[in-house]
Design a protein around this ligand. Structure first.
Ligand code: ZN
Ligand code: ZN
Length: 141
């Protein structure tokens, strides 16, 4: 985006996140695009961005392995600087690139487990039956 002459701007876009960003969930992919809402403020030569991410991951349920979905809302703030600075991202030529920070925050914010439902009963350790579908008689419930 172009920043010249602007003091603040709010914008929203959809980002097709690469699947490699999903780090520990089994058989997982992004369901649809990542929604990014950004409020960007120019302060001197620094740019501050308040960003909201919303995305849905579809994966195998962490208990029963059936399909499950987890929706994530995550807010964060970042600073962009023209100079190397700890905790800030670099920007050049009046443009900031949100890709790097959005990618990092997707990794930080994603859950390590997603269940098909809050009270998923999982699989029987003896026969592997999905206990959501009924009791297999092995004393799991
Ligand atoms: Zn489940
Ligand atoms: Zn069983």
């Amino acid at each position: 985006m172009k920043q010249e002459g602007l003091h603040s701007a709010e914008f929203a876009f959809e980002y097709s996140a690469p699947e490699e960003l999903i780090i520990s969930l089994p058989d997982a992919h992004f369901k649809g695009a990542v929604e990014v809402n950004a409020f960007v403020t120019l302060d001197g030569k620094d740019v501050y961005a308040d960003i909201d991410l919303t995305y849905v991951i579809s994966c195998a349920c962490s208990r029963c392995l059936e399909r499950a979905e987890g929706k994530v809302n995550h807010s964060f703030s970042v600073k962009f600087s023209l100079y190397e600075e700890e905790g800030a991202y670099l920007y050049k030529s009046g443009k900031i690139d949100l890709t790097l920070c959005v990618n990092e925050e997707i990794i930080i914010s994603q859950p390590t487990v997603i269940y098909c439902k809050d009270d998923c009963k999982g699989l029987c350790l003896i026969c592997g039956a999905n206990l959501n579908h009924g009791d297999c008689g092995h004393g799991n419930i």
